[in-house]
Design a protein around this ligand. Structure first.
Ligand SMILES: [Zn+2]
Length: 67
């Protein structure tokens, strides 16, 4: 069965914004649905997502590491 598109679809700009926001607060169900839908279809934003994850992890290490 085909997955139904979310009520609100996002473009790359909105998707990358949501990706950054997701590190500051929990996304709403609608936001994360729109984001997931976009990521499923957009390689560029998936790459951006892994970059963010990498940066986030690096900065966390920096913050907590070496006391
Ligand atoms: Zn995109």
């Amino acid at each position: 069965m085909e997955k139904k598109p979310p009520a609100e679809t996002v473009d790359c700009r909105a998707a990358s914004r949501l990706l950054s926001i997701a590190y500051e607060r929990k996304l709403t169900a609608g936001e994360s649905e729109s984001l997931t839908y976009h990521l499923d279809r957009c390689l560029m934003c998936r790459n951006f997502d892994s970059q963010l994850k990498f940066l986030h992890r690096a900065s966390e290490k920096f913050r907590t590491g070496n006391g």
